[in-house]
Design a protein around this ligand. Structure first.
Ligand code: PNS
Length: 162
C-alpha cells in the first residue's frame, strides 16, 4: 500500500489544493493531507479551522484523511509509514523553492520520494494568499474556493477587520 502525505499551510484550502488532493487520491492508496503548524507564520485560520475545512471539502474521498504536524515534515511522513510527499507545482516560480525542499527532504530521509503534480492551468495563478487578499478587500472569491470557505473568509474579515 502506498501512502502519500500532501503537506501545506492550507490557510485556507483552495480549489487548487482540492484538485491536487483529488488527483493524488486516484494515484495513491491513502492520502494524508497534513496541515503544518509553522511557528514562524501567523495564519488567518487556526489549525482546527483549517483541518475542519479540508475534512468537509474532501469528505467524498474515501482514501483521504486529514492530519496536522509541527516540526519536520519528514518525521511526520515517517510516523505515518508513508513513502511519498505530494506537492503541487503551479508556475515556474514555484520550482526553485520546491526543488530545494524536495532535495532537503531527501537528505533528511532518503527513503521518502517527493512527487509533483502540475496544477491545472486554470488554477496556476491561485494561492491562499491571493484569495485572502481579495476576500479582505471585499472581492468575490467564488470559483477560487468553496462556498463554505468563502463564508469562513467573510466571517474572519468581518470579525477581525483585517
Ligand atoms: O503550503 P506551504 O506553506 O507552501 O507549505 C510549506 C510546507 C508546510 C510544506 C513546508 O514549509 C514544510 O514542510 N514545513 C515543515 C518544516 C520542515 O520540514 N522543513 C524542512 C523542509 S525543507
Amino acid at each position: 500500500m502506498t501512502i502519500a502525505v500532501y503537506p501545506g499551510s492550507f490557510d485556507p484550502i483552495t480549489f487548487g489544493h482540492l484538485d491536487i488532493i483529488e488527483r493524488a487520491a486516484t494515484i495513491f492508496d491513502r492520502v494524508i493531507v497534513a496541515v503544518c503548524l509553522n511557528p514562524g507564520k501567523k495564519p488567518l485560520f487556526t489549525m482546527e479551522e483549517r483541518m475542519e475545512m479540508i475534512v468537509r471539502e474532501s469528505s467524498q474521498l474515501a482514501n483521504v484523511e486529514v492530519g496536522c504536524f509541527r516540526g519536520l515534515l519528514t518525521e511526520f511522513v515517517r510516523r505515518k509509514n508513508a513513502g511519498v510527499i505530494v506537492r503541487g507545482l503551479r508556475a515556474i516560480t514555484d520550482f526553485e523553492n520546491e526543488f530545494q525542499m524536495a532535495l532537503m527532504n531527501r537528505k533528511l530521509n532518503s527513503e521518502i520520494e517527493t512527487v509533483f503534480l502540475v496544477a491545472q492551468p486554470n488554477y496556476s495563478y491561485l494561492s491562499s494568499s491571493i484569495v485572502k487578499e481579495i476576500a479582505s478587500l471585499g472581492g468575490n472569491v467564488s470559483g477560487l474556493v468553496s462556498e463554505q470557505v468563502s463564508q469562513h473568509l467573510q466571517g474572519k474579515y468581518a470579525t477581525t477587520g483585517e
